[in-house]
Design a protein around this ligand. Sequence first.
Ligand code: ARG
Length: 256
Amino acid sequence: MRHLSKWVGLVSCALAFAAGTAQARDWKVIQDSGTAVVATEGAYFPFNYFEGPKLTGFEIELAEAVVKQMGLKLEWKVVPFDAQLASIRQDRFDFAIASHGYTEERAKSVDFAAPHYCSGGQIVSFPGGPKTVADLKGKSVGVQIATTYYDAAKKIAGIGEIKTYKDEGANFAALRAKKYDAWISDRFVVKATLEKNPGTGVVPGDMVFVERISMITRKNNPDLLQAWNKALAEVMKTGLYQQLSQKYTQTDISCH
Ligand code: ARG
């Protein structure tokens, strides 16, 4: 019997170890390590994107300021957007900041921090193309895979084909090549993308929905969420938040 309990003890210890490595780290462990490991996509202009070899954008600069305020260094991990929700439950990074809008469905598997901006989905098309939700009847749309734009498109009664793209760069290229009738994406992604690519001829239409954008953590990491929320509030007080908001969107994108 004694022998058996020892064996059982070893097994449960091994299992606990396996479980421990299969989820993002607790706040205390992150704090002790001195570095937060943070995932982003790096293809969502102007929020998280590459300028040559350099990761930059509103969320990149904001997260760097918030994590610094938390007293930590930041190590970026570039992860495809559609892989982030699932991999946050593994041990590859501590949290993700990649413009996740709050949804009840997502909240079943991850926790959301306080929102760091408010925005929503907007329709974009060539002149004569769909500009309102009603116009989308029977029309094809392009959306980034695993996004709230995809969810919103699916709910539009009578909508035509929904084409999905890995990232918004590929999606915008498909719009310009007339692979579908309308693009649905974030209003500030649309604004910045159209400004950066003048002369494409495409024009923005109506908003489809609004959403609150937050960083996400694995479930049940309350101390990490609290530390982030507190530091975010402090960064919002210093004026740096507004500076970044103006720099990347020329407007106030806070949820006020
Ligand atoms: N806001 C949308 C959502 O919550 C899109 C986010 C896309 N983010 C990105 N890094 N591509 O699904």
